[in-house]
Design a protein around this ligand. Structure first.
Ligand SMILES: [Zn+2]
Length: 204
């Protein structure tokens, strides 16, 4: 029996960080769900979906053009998995939380606190985690699919027809920024159309 892999899809510039530091942690990402943890996925499909749903430049570009991504497969040993789940030391890597998928049948994501080291001698209790890298391109997913993946789940209120507070288009489908979404500095509690959300992500 081999231990299961975990997957991550990131932007090429994020991968440059990984290559430089030889570790993966919160600081690797342009957009993380928290200052404390980041997410690993149990399947390649979930990893890709998560990357497309992030508030990142590449996610916004993926709506209208083919994009290049890096998939990292982390090949934890059984012992490393045990250490991840049993560790209470957040300075080293520790998985403390898992959530279930939409069907409730599979684990959907691992929340990782701390760094995953990719080389020996980092001082991390995990030691070096083996990994594989795949570079690939993804076809444009279209504006509507992008909004469904990226905006709808992240914003407190779904789309409705209103006036966009940025470009003034009316009536148009809008998504409301919410104070709870901390990346949205200066965009609290207002409705924006899909193009303005994309512009904001692309030129943030
Ligand atoms: Zn607008």
């Amino acid at each position: 029996m081999t231990a299961p892999s975990a997957f991550l899809v990131i932007q090429p510039q994020e991968f440059d960080m990984v290559r430089r530091n030889l570790c993966i942690g919160v600081s690797t990402f342009q957009d993380t769900p928290s200052k404390n943890f980041w997410k690993l996925m149990p399947t390649k499909q979930y990893a890709m979906d998560t990357a497309l749903a992030a508030f990142t430049t590449l996610s916004a570009r993926s709506a209208t053009e083919p994009t290049r991504w890096i998939m990292i497969e982390l090949k934890f040993t059984e012992k490393q998995w045990m250490m991840l789940f049993c560790s209470d030391n957040f300075n080293t890597a520790a998985v403390t939380h898992m959530t279930r998928g939409p069907t409730n049948s599979t684990w959907y994501q691992y929340r990782v606190f701390g760094d995953i080291p990719l080389y020996e001698g980092s001082g991390n209790i995990l030691g070096a985690v083996e990994y594989d890298i795949y570079e690939f391109s993804w076809p444009a997913i279209g504006m509507e699919v992008w909004a469904e993946k990226c905006l709808a789940p992240r914003l407190a209120r779904g789309w409705e027809f209103a006036c966009c507070q940025q470009c003034g288009t009316f009536p148009t489908q809008v998504w409301w920024a919410d104070d709870l979404n901390s990346p949205l500095q200066g965009k609290s509690r207002r409705p924006y159309c899909i193009k303005c959300w994309m512009n904001w992500l692309l030129h943030e």
